[in-house]
Design a protein around this ligand. Structure first.
Ligand SMILES: [Zn+2]
Ligand SMILES: [Zn+2]
Length: 141
């Protein structure tokens, strides 16, 4: 699961911090990982040798941040076994036999319970209510 998420994950890291995003392939909601600050953010790498060291450090920290973001995203995103898409908790149903995304469940006429619906009985939780999924932005990386 984490591997699937990792492959689908976009990188929106800056020179200062590492951040990743995953887009739900059903509702297009974009989830951003918790930003992780680069340990040398703001530092002026002088001389040339330091710059190389910073760059290497940056790459290493970005990889670690990517791992963490993937673990974080794996809690929120689900892989639909039928259509093979990655969808958020709001678009994924726990069904009796096989858990499916909303689109597949509708198509196959399977009834289930929405994953994200467990904790609240609100009819239609607004996007971003939990501060994690937003539909803003075009997701360009
Ligand atoms: Zn969704
Ligand atoms: Zn599906």
């Amino acid at each position: 699961m984490k591997r699937v998420v990792k492959e689908a994950m976009g990188d929106c890291s800056t020179v200062e911090e590492f951040r990743f995003l995953v887009r739900c392939q059903e509702c297009s909601g974009i989830w951003h990982s918790t930003p992780i600050r680069f340990s040398k953010a703001g530092a002026e790498p002088e001389p040339e040798g330091m710059r190389t060291i910073f760059r290497t450090l940056y790459e290493r920290e970005r990889e670690a941040a990517r791992e963490m973001a993937a673990a974080e995203a794996a809690e929120i995103f689900n892989y639909c076994p039928v259509c093979g898409r990655l969808v958020c908790d709001r678009c994924f149903l726990i069904c009796e036999d096989l858990d499916l995304c909303i689109a597949c469940a509708n198509k196959l006429r399977v009834r289930g319970r929405i994953v994200a619906g467990e904790t609240s009985d609100a009819r239609e939780p607004p996007a971003g209510a939990d501060g994690k999924i937003t539909t803003e932005g075009d997701g360009t990386i």
